[in-house]
Write a protein that binds this ligand. Sequence first.
Ligand code: PLP
Length: 390
Amino acid sequence: MALINTLQKKNDDEPFYLVDIGDVIYKYVTWTSMMPGIRPYFALKCHPDFQIIATLCSLGAGLDVASAGEIEIARALGLQDEDVVYSNTCKGISHIRAAAKEGLTQMSFDSEVELQRIKLTFPNAKLLIRLLVDDSHSILKTGAKAGTPFSRVSHLFKVAKELGLNVVGTSFHIGSGCHDPSAFTKAIEKSKKAFDIAKEQGLELKVLDIGGGFPGHANTLFENMCHAVNQAIDIHFPADSGVKIIAEPGRFFAHTSSTLVANIIGKRLRYSDDDVQIEGTEMLYHINDGLIGSFLGTILARQKYLPQQLIPTKGKSYRSSLWGPSCGAMDCLLSDCNLPEMEAGEWVYYEDMGAYTSCLTTNFNGFKNTTRYYYINEKYWYDLPFSSML
Ligand code: PLP
């Protein structure tokens, strides 16, 4: 209904997002009921939408930031030091300075070089050592880029101590879109071993950061992950250990929040050079959001995005391909797929477009960032504990 209302008010064919703030609130309530002891720091990189971020922070979430630009967002929301974790392990000097200027002390590292750079720019920072963990069950693997192998942990603690730096905890990331709850079990066990090594070296760690990697839906996989996390924490970091536990979920809060609505702006059959329409020939559609727009996940996560017709037709199906609006020859978001025939000017939509979509768009060919409209889905309005306050 929100979709149709918005379309009726529009008099252009530009694509747009519908963002359900109720879904974000529902996810936060679900998180806190499933893992009450673990404060989520929303990884805003995955959907830097100010309304979503502001909603989550007003409910009690912190923010995981990755750059000076994201630090500005945290400050605009009035967040304090304890509300922000800077989880990028290799930071530009000017970005570390931005954190220092704002007094945001919690940040991660995974190398000796990073320790030296932090020593020069922000020696009072509170450091989390990022551990390399098993990310083999994830769609987007993080281990090749960040995380120190366990064999280097003791050495890095020693270097930090020699430099007079303050290591306060550990962090890890099991990879984004993980399918295996036991990845958390193993990573938390590894974190405990790092805590033990620190203790042997005279360091008292106080923070465990379990990263992101949770699914985009509050589904059975999510429940199983929560169970695995809670169980491992009970064993290795019981409440009386005094360790503060935090997480950096991105996809979990963002994925289901947003629906992309786009318009079919071109259509033709692929004819051969001698004007022959071959049996089984392909229908080419052009749509006004593309691969270098919201659909980079086609390459990054080998994701297949299928358009839903706003008003489904029962026409003939064609082998089809879908192309984005730019002149880039690579701007193909779907190929070799059977789709019911669609018409130029028709609206199509894509659900679950909140995570790692619009944040990855480029302005190639002068296409502007997609407009967003906000609403609260009726199904959440009456059930959410805050609806009377909104
Ligand atoms: N933390 C860090 C350091 C990340 O690199 C990412 C994304 O890859 C996240 C958190 C969020 O991960 P996810 O969206 O899988 O929860």
